[in-house]
Design a protein around this ligand. Structure first.
Ligand SMILES: O=C(O)CCC(=O)C(=O)O
Ligand SMILES: [Fe+2]
Length: 266
């Protein structure tokens, strides 16, 4: 199961709040396009149709308003309400059984991390390619060389010992899906042929490694540094990438993406 995530903060709008009836995040469904007038949800693009489960982790509670609500498919009839608390998690199926939204934040700033889980195996490979792209995009010549040489391990919870391979493979199931939308698109394109057909995993891997092979050669200084880099615990690649992503996606997001036009799934 792959995890896709997005962090979001919504601040109170300035001005008179008492009259504010609008939602901080309109009622939507996470994996289909809600047409509330028809009480239907269309599981087709631009929705993130691959999402199977959703979870929201609340990061603070020093704000007013911002209740999380579940509704009927009409998008109006509220069936349940969750008051965000720091550390509280709400989890639910990502489908049409769970239209939901966020009521207006009337004071302060409300922050949460949205997590989506997919059972779609194509995302395993897609996320790996995205991660490699991200490493390539942000890497310095030194760790570029590192990512080239160790491209297989660079974005995995790499085993310290070969016999730990199986354990690592199991751990990969839990790897973070860094689903930056721009990169998601790029990776999707990498996985699809020009005609939109999906390539095989092997083909995708070939593409990824040939891409890695196009990287510039390391300078002698970089090679020297590589010796040091070799001693770095490869797990370090994960926090480093997270940091990079954080920097790269410093956009304030008032609403998380229920479809690809509101792109902010990481
Ligand atoms: O912030 C929340 O409580 C819900 C966010 C949400 O539904 C989403 O990001 O899809
Ligand atoms: Fe949602």
């Amino acid at each position: 199961m792959v995890v896709l995530l997005s962090s979001l903060c919504a601040a109170a709008h300035s001005g008179k709040q008492e009259d504010r009836k609008n939602l901080s995040h309109p009622v939507h469904v996470d994996n289909c396009v809600l047409v509330s007038e028809l009480k239907q949800c269309k599981k087709e693009p631009p929705a993130y149709t691959h999402r199977d489960y959703s979870a929201i982790l609340y990061l603070n509670d020093d704000f007013e308003g911002g209740q999380f609500i579940f509704t009927e498919l009409d998008g109006k009839t509220v069936t349940a309400e969750v008051h965000p608390r720091c550390g509280r998690v709400v989890g639910f199926g990502a489908g049409e059984e769970n239209p939901h939204g966020v009521q207006a934040v009337t004071k302060g700033q409300r922050c949460a991390v949205a997590l989506w889980f997919t059972l779609d195996p194509t995302h395993e490979e897609k996320e790996r390619i995205q991660a490699q792209d991200m490493l390539n995009m942000f890497s310095t010549p030194i760790n570029k060389d590192f990512s080239h040489q160790d491209s297989k391990d660079s974005f995995e919870y790499g085993p310290a010992h070969p016999q730990a391979d199986q354990v690592a493979t199991d751990k990969q199931e839990k790897k973070l899906d860094i689903h930056s939308d721009t990169l998601a698109e790029q990776s999707a394109n990498q996985l699809k042929g020009v005609d939109g057909k999906k390539t095989t995993k092997a083909a995708a891997k070939g593409k990824a490694s040939s891409k890695a092979g196009q990287q510039t050669k390391a300078t002698p200084a970089a090679k020297d540094a590589k010796q040091k880099v070799k001693h770095i615990d490869k797990k370090g690649a994960i926090p480093a990438v997270k940091k990079m992503i954080k920097g790269a996606s410093k956009k304030d997001s008032n609403s998380a993406s229920d479809n690809k036009s509101g792109k902010d799934e990481l």
